[in-house]
Design a protein around this ligand. Sequence first.
Ligand SMILES: Nc1ncnc2c1ncn2[C@@H]1O[C@H](COP(=O)(O)OP(=O)(O)OP(=O)(O)O)[C@@H](O)[C@H]1O
Ligand SMILES: [Mg+2]
Length: 260
Amino acid sequence: MNMSSTTGPIVLAEDVQKSFGANRILKGVDLTVAAGEVVVLMGPSGSGKSTFLRCLNRLTDPDGGRIVVAGSVMTDPATNLPKARRRIGFVSQHFHLYPHMTVLANVMEGPRTVLRVPRQVARERGRDLLARVGLSDKEAAMPWQLSGGQQQRVAIARALAMEPTVMLFDEPTSALDPELTGEVLDTMQQLALDGLTMLIVSHEIHFASRVADRLAMFDAGCVIEEGPPERLLRSASQERTGRFLARLMSWESDLAATSR
Ligand SMILES: Nc1ncnc2c1ncn2[C@@H]1O[C@H](COP(=O)(O)OP(=O)(O)OP(=O)(O)O)[C@@H](O)[C@H]1O
Ligand SMILES: [Mg+2]
């Protein structure tokens, strides 16, 4: 069953718990993402954002709670995880492109080997996706010939090639030089405009305020506050949220001032 055709949430997380040894990292996280919605997760380093994203696709096993993504109950031991994960695109700060393959071959690989899509079809779709991320002229290039921002856009195209119901992004621009983050964020903004459902961990506050339908603030293993970015930026109800966002705003204006 694929829930993308129904009206239920695409991501449903209820009371998700995770400890590493004696450290309680996730202390009951609740979050939903509806079809077509873009939710940006923010919060201090070590608050559990990456751990939470990894629980959603079960790269990490939660200790408790319930997770449903794209119609699959990820916390049900009977769920076929490899199959369920095909509907969940994942892009992190480290782009693991296949170094010995061209850009186009990288994008075709998943559909070819996992979905058994005929080569010609995979190639056509791959070219469409490279156009979508603005890299039509790079299809024959090798990954090492690309900038970090271009490589990250190939990684996004490669994830999209599996036709995921939802995309998870974990700080997709944090490993990039500042002048390369814009092109990746612009690509993501375009995907949002196209209606893709996305859950994004990012500290790019201006991007988030443009693109997010909702911001969710993580602190010490919980979502402490969520809402439309304009409301959280104007008047966060939690003091910790207000302080955190104010600091991000001042960092970004410092950065803009130094690069001018
Ligand atoms: N595999 C692991 N084993 C033990 N501890 C872990 C593991 N993964 C994460 N942790 C711990 O869990 C806590 C939360 O880590 P996590 O990476 O989820 O935070 P984060 O919010 O993504 O932080 P950042 O903003 O720095 O990326 C950290 O204290 C981290 O050391
Ligand atoms: Mg992280």
